[in-house]
Write a protein that binds this ligand. Structure first.
Ligand SMILES: NC(=O)c1ccc[n+]([C@@H]2O[C@H](COP(=O)([O-])OP(=O)(O)OC[C@H]3O[C@@H](n4cnc5c(N)ncnc54)[C@H](O)[C@@H]3O)[C@@H](O)[C@H]2O)c1
Length: 404
């Protein structure tokens, strides 16, 4: 494939963008991937998968990397494409306001190479209304074109790292335009590589779908956490009760140490902040409350750990506590908003002797975070934050969320 024959450009070849680019390439579309990470681009062009935990991706990158999927750090190399998919991150600041810096840079740079008739599709999760307002304005300003000269749509990424390929191939994906023509054009292009695609009435509806999904998960986890705490007080095995409470119309999620990652703990804030901006504070009590319930779970577990330590026949300061994982999710080496990491830090702040054992991390990696490593068998108390399980290393006692 040469630059001139590339059809679709995917801007941002991260955990979300690369699987999408690979799936498009596997459908026979010539894809130019753009990422500022030069090393990542080089690996992809050599046919080497930079996301080993992504099942099935290795084969696609081996087959298409440097061929039907070329990667480049220079956006100008994608100037012959007619469709541009943007999937770079959107972070939140410490007050949970979205920080558009990375997105604005990427979109304004894209505007400089945009041509009449081109289609731009955003995939990053946005506060509803972003594509119609900010993205459109940045593209128009940078390109000197008007919407109508180019087409603009939104299709939220609904993948989950580790399962991205099956999600892209099977899971329903929605797409909506900033006007009818944009929606139709985007649908036609995406239909070539996304089998389960649904055109919705606008970009804003598509944006809302993704944020609603995140809110549902956050509220549901908060419910599970609250019911778990109540069940413990009542002397009820939450897990047994949940098993029989769940059916077709009831799907209580699992309790946890809180909610981490880029997505679920962040998306409710998109709506909370917007309602606060227009002074409709009462419209998001449940979302705000759920955030609080989930964030406070580390205090609940810290107290449980403390009570458990007090039962060990050693001075409290000498009890070695081992937290068995600090990533935000089991099996994925990511720490963004990790409540397990926050739990270890909280225990240390409380003056407890907290250590970490995480099979995904080396001793050096743990120590660079200002934490200490321990082999599980050398600790006095193990806590698995994914299974909410306490264990004494000699294996005599194993608990599942029981009150110490
Ligand atoms: N990863 C997921 O599971 C997931 C799931 C659903 C939605 N999303 C959405 O996808 C967005 C991106 O997530 P991700 O996991 O791919 O992030 P990531 O950090 O893995 O990847 C982002 C990539 O964008 C590149 N980049 C940054 N600025 C750029 C620019 N100006 N031009 C080209 N490349 C640039 C980075 O180098 C990086 O490789 C998230 O903000 C979220 O809204 C992600």
């Amino acid at each position: 494939m040469s630059e001139e024959t590339a059809e679709i450009a995917v801007i941002g070849l991260g955990n979300a963008g690369l699987p999408l680019a690979a799936v498009a390439a596997a459908s026979g579309i010539k894809v130019m991937g753009v990422d500022i990470d030069v090393k990542r681009c080089r690996l992809i062009n050599q046919g080497v998968n930079p996301i080993p935990e992504e099942e099935g991706l290795e084969e696609l990158i081996r087959l298409h990397g440097g061929e039907g999927l070329m990667a480049t750090p220079r956006l100008e190399d994608a100037k012959f494409c007619h469709t541009f998919i943007v999937i770079v991150p959107l972070f939140v600041d410490p007050s949970f306001n979205p920080d558009f810096t990375i997105m604005e840079n990427a979109v304004r740079s894209l505007g400089k190479i945009l041509k009449k008739g081109d289609l731009v599709v955003l995939e990053t999760t946005f506060p509803p209304g972003t594509t119609d307002t900010k993205i459109k304005a940045w593209l128009e300003e940078a390109s000197g074109l008007k919407l109508g000269d180019f087409f603009l749509a939104y299709s939220p990424e609904r993948i989950m790292t580790g399962y991205s390929l099956s999600r892209l191939r099977e899971f329903p994906k929605v797409i909506g335009g900033t006007n009818e023509e944009s929606g139709l054009r985007a649908y036609q292009i995406y239909k070539k590589f996304i089998p389960n695609l649904h055109l919705v009435s606008s970009a804003k509806v598509a944006e809302m779908i993704k944020v609603m999904e995140g809110c549902y998960r956050d509220v549901n986890i908060a419910l599970a956490n609250e019911l778990f705490k109540i069940a413990e007080e009542l002397g009820v095995d939450f897990f047994e009760a949940r098993e029989y409470a769940n059916h077709q119309y009831c799907h209580i999620h699992l309790p946890s140490t809180g909610v981490g990652g880029h997505c679920i703990p962040v998306y409710p804030w998109f709506l909370i902040k917007e309602m606060e901006r227009i002074e409709l504070f009462g419209h998001c009590n449940l979302l705000r409350g759920s955030r609080q319930v989930n964030d406070e779970m580390i205090h609940y577990w810290a107290e449980k750990i403390l009570l458990r330590c007090m039962k060990i026949e050693k001075p409290l300061a000498e009890v070695k506590i081992c937290i068995m994982g600090i990533t935000f999710r089991a099996g994925v080496k990511e720490f963004y908003h990790s409540r397990n990491l926050a739990l270890v830090r909280l225990l240390m702040e409380k003056g407890l002797n907290a250590y970490v054992y995480d099979p995904l991390l080396s001793k050096d990696e743990v120590e660079r975070m200002g934490l200490r490593c321990i082999e599980p068998e050398k600790a006095d108390l193990l806590f698995d934050p994914f299974l909410l399980r306490f264990e004494i290393p000699d294996g005599k006692a194993a608990f599942k969320g029981q009150t110490p």
